[in-house]
Design a protein around this ligand. Structure first.
Ligand SMILES: Nc1ncnc2c1ncn2[C@@H]1O[C@H](COP(=O)(O)OP(=O)(O)OP(=O)(O)O)[C@@H](O)[C@H]1O
Ligand SMILES: [Mg+2]
Length: 599
């Protein structure tokens, strides 16, 4: 089969799976110094967070329970410790603020960089990429996937440093206060860690199931509300009710599961915490009675147990974020690794001078599965207006897409002025070979912006001249603000035909030599139709002009008609000639154009 020869583009996804993490970290390289500062701040913060229990411990041991000091001396000492405590708390406040400031800045910058890089890349991807990927998916990559990356840089990296150091610090502190008491309760710690990890694991699983359930219900309801007439017409209510019950039950079960997980693990972790406290009180009190430990020590020990729980809980939470980030990073890099559009000859010096176009045995497919154009041979030259006709789906627009380099033919040659199309710089080519699509999209901005495409250096009188040439000036002058009319919602309020005229004027302004117009299939008023035809006819005198025709009037006026059928050129000739031949054109004429003639 011919198809098996075609290149398969889908291979480079997942190639970089392992290095995703390191590739992500690379984005932080420009901010290394800030990263280092952030970590330093976090280290100070960790150190400060370990201090309060020690201060209280000193206050209790050295002053409150002292047997040698006078009450006045005790009070002075205690107030000293209190002030100390206050200062440390202030320090914690300050450094926490600084660490949030620095990490938020780094995360914000990184995600800004990633987004910019992604969008730059998307702009340079070939049309075939956009055929394969829904726009929603691309949007998600640029918006929410990058958001996950931001979270990674703002909350994960510094938190992990904080948590790990805090954990080590707490353990050292407890060991320092009383290694005996520490060893008495040490076996509880792994149990707490395991319980916490298990809780996270089941919690994430349950949470995801609930999310999926909600998404399913949403999708189901949306689809079925849209299809309500069908449900009613076909008496499908009972069936739909059962269908919904099943989905609803699934969500109910997922939700219950989530509650079970919480129901079991929350109390379990609390119980482990209180168990640890009981053990500390049990052993600690014994040591106090035996005078091996002071009351202040016991207090500090209990405080550190509180501090111990925090990083463990935090770390298990961060693990989830890391997983999300890796998943998002994978998708982001898969997009970044998509090959960009071929730019053609980089120097961009080659110009389309005459506009002679030749197709030589051209074969083309969009999806590597089905040939859309087969063995197409065509010839266009300046001074001749050619109409391309054919049934819907025959491949007319596809021919246009090949001429302006939106897609590349897999086999055969397309020559412009005798030079293969891929030897032109792609941007130069599109300037000089102008294609006006069936449905012209206008961007937000004024009409003027749209015509000179935000090139403010082009003077307005040139714009007016171009508009005049396609007889679009009157149409625009009818608008209350004329050329300064603000475009809303892709050009609402300006008809399809008028938008095509505007696009034609734009092509003239940018010095096109070849004009291809894909006639709008929607209704166009007679006046606009006449203007378009006249404009194209006018342009065909000095340029190459091609009309993809959906109207009889266009066809009849053309110098030559090319009939496309099933991706092949079926016939070529003038209107009457082709009618006489009673071939493909005749059939098409009978089906499509004759009814226009009657009407
Ligand atoms: N981006 C695409 N990806 C995959 N297939 C496509 C794509 N664009 C068009 N096709 C398919 O290629 C064939 C030719 O499409 P094309 O748009 O060239 O038809 P057309 O002759 O312009 O039709 P119409 O008169 O309806 O505009 C159709 O079968 C269509 O389904
Ligand atoms: Mg088309």
């Amino acid at each position: 089969m011919k198809n098996t020869k075609l290149i398969n583009e889908e291979s480079n996804i997942k190639k970089h799976k392992k290095s995703v993490f390191f590739r992500l970290l690379k984005y932080a390289i420009p901010y290394t110094h800030l990263m280092a500062l952030g970590i330093l701040i976090v280290l100070v913060l960790t150190y400060l967070s370990l201090m309060p229990p020690q201060i209280v411990r000193t206050a209790i041991n050295k002053y409150i329970l002292s047997e040698d000091l006078s009450t006045a001396e005790k009070l002075t000492g205690i107030s000293q410790q209190a002030i100390w405590f206050l200062l440390v708390s202030g320090g914690i406040f300050l450094f926490e603020y600084l660490s949030i400031l620095v990490t938020t800045y780094i995360g914000g910058r990184v995600v800004y960089d990633v987004r910019r890089q992604l969008y730059d890349h998307v702009l340079k991807l070939p049309m075939s990429f956009f055929d394969r990927h829904p726009s929603g998916q691309i949007t998600t990559r640029i918006t929410s996937d990058t958001q996950n990356v931001q979270e990674f840089f703002t909350s994960v990296i510094t938190s992990i440093v904080n948590d790990v150091f805090l954990l080590v610090g707490v353990i050292l502190m407890m060991w320092n206060i009383s290694s005996r008491l520490f060893l008495d309760i040490i076996y509880i710690f792994p149990i707490i860690v395991v319980a916490m990890a298990a809780f996270r694991y089941f919690d994430i699983k349950a949470y995801r199931a609930v999310r999926t359930g909600i998404a399913k219900i949403n999708a189901y309801i949306a689809e079925n509300l849209a299809g309500m007439p069908v449900i009613k017409l076909f008496n499908a209510e009972d069936y739909k009710k059962k269908e919904f019950d099943a989905i609803n039950r699934e969500l109910y079960k997922a939700r219950m599961n989530q509650l079970y997980v919480f129901g079991i693990f929350r109390p379990l972790i609390s119980f482990l915490y209180y168990l640890t406290l009981s053990l500390i009180i049990w052993f600690g009190s014994k040591y106090i009675l035996g005078r091996a430990l002071n009351f202040g020590d016991l207090y500090a020990f209990v405080s550190y147990i509180d501090t111990f729980m925090r990083p463990i809980e935090d770390l298990s939470e961060k693990y989830d974020i890391i997983q999300n980030t890796i998943a998002s990073g994978e998708k982001i890099f898969a997009l970044l690794d998509e090959p960009q559009e071929e730019q053609g000859n980089e120097d961009g010096k080659r110009d389309v001078t005459n506009g002679v176009i030749e197709f030589k045995d051209v074969w083309f497919t969009y999806d590597n599965k089905r040939w859309i154009l087969q063995n197409v041979n065509l010839h266009f030259r300046p001074g001749e207006l050619v109409a391309i006709v054919g049934e819907t789906g025959a491949g007319k627009t596809t021919i246009m897409n090949l001429i302006n380099g939106m897609y590349r033919a897999q086999k055969g040659k397309i020559l412009i002025d005798g030079v293969p199309i891929n030897e032109y710089n792609i941007h130069q080519l599109r300037k000089q070979v102008s294609a006006v699509p069936q449905d012209v999209v206008l961007f937000s901005g004024t009409l003027l912006d749209n015509i000179r495409l935000f090139h403010d250096e082009i003077p307005e009188d040139k714009v007016y001249k171009a508009l005049e040439k396609v007889e679009a000036l009157e149409i625009i002058q009818r608008l209350p603000k004329g050329i300064y009319t603000e475009i809303v919602e892709r050009g609402k309020g300006i008809s399809a035909g008028e938008r095509q005229l505007i696009a034609l004027a734009r092509s003239i302004l940018f010095g096109a030599k070849v004009f291809i117009l894909d006639e709008a299939t929607s209704n166009i008023d007679v006046e606009t139709e006449r203007r378009i035809q006249k404009a194209v006819r006018e342009l065909s005198k000095d340029n190459t002009a091609i009309m993809i025709a959906h109207r009889l009037s266009t066809v009849v006026n053309a110098d030559r008609i090319v009939v496309v059928a099933d991706g092949r050129i079926a016939e070529e000739g003038k209107h009457l000639e082709l009618l006489k031949r009673k071939g493909a054109y005749y059939k098409l004429y009978e089906i499509q154009f004759a009814k226009e003639e009657i009407a």
